[in-house]
Ligand binder design. Structure first.
Ligand code: MN3
Length: 236
């Protein structure tokens, strides 16, 4: 008996879906550039739209493309999540370290920022941990800003949760981060990372990195930092 019209149509849709999934499947192994969680001009005036667009589309985009270009030579990359890769980065060549780090670091960077007034505030639990490790939120901000300003050349400033549960501020060079299994690097769960590469601020601030850092604080997405802290506590 020939298939009736609705069944035939359903069959065609199912066939098309299977075909699409089949085409898309190999691509699932690739790393992908996440879209910005807000418009490119949403963080103005502290971070201008041109900087955001270049930074996200070109710089982050290049880290993703360059990381994907490493998969052929390092096929085990295809089986690792981006986060799992960080903890095994020492087993890979420098290009994977730079671009894999760049991809993870920037993915968290977009998420820990929010348009002015939309970032919330530290949760009571996070605030208690901050007070325990730094004395006060102001003290944390002061020490973090200092660390970010003092990083020589390109790199990142981090607020991390140490394995012992305390919070600490660290700084890494280039695209390294505290998840990486590298000697000489203080490891911990990053709650917050600030990009202090010149490409993050030069268009608007030129050499005035401290002005960029000061303007950046009000954009902090505490809701996301709270979430990361809660997840780290739950894993401990
Ligand atoms: Mn950057």
């Amino acid at each position: 008996m020939p298939l009736s019209f609705p069944s035939r149509r359903l069959f065609s849709i199912a066939a098309a879906l299977i075909l699409l999934v089949g085409i898309a499947l190999p691509a699932w192994a690739d790393f992908a550039l996440p879209p910005l969680p807000y418009a490119a001009d949403a963080l103005e005036p502290a971070i201008d739209a041109a900087t955001m667009t270049f930074h996200h589309d070109r710089h982050h985009g290049a880290y993703v493309a360059n990381l994907n270009a490493q998969i052929t030579a390092n096929p085990e990359l295809a089986d690792l999540s981006l986060e799992a890769l960080q903890g095994r980065i020492s087993r890979f060549p420098e290009a994977v370290r730079n671009n894999g780090g760049g991809h993870w670091n920037h993915s968290q960077f977009w998420a820990v920022m929010a348009p002015l007034g939309q970032g919330g505030s530290p949760s009571p639990e996070l605030l208690a941990a901050i007070n325990g490790s730094f004395g006060s939120l102001e003290s944390l901000q002061q020490q973090f800003s200092q660390s970010a300003a003092a990083r020589f050349g390109s790199g990142w400033a981090w607020l991390i949760r140490r394995p012992d549960g305390s919070l600490a501020i660290t700084s890494t060079a280039n695209q390294d981060n505290p998840l990486m299994d590298l000697a000489g690097l203080e490891r911990g769960t990053p709650l917050l990372g600030l990009d202090v590469w010149e490409h993050a601020y030069y268009l608007k601030y030129q050499n005035r990195r401290p002005d960029y850092i000061q303007a950046w604080w009000p954009l902090l997405n505490w809701n996301e930092v709270n979430r990361r802290f809660q997840a780290a506590e739950a894993r401990a």
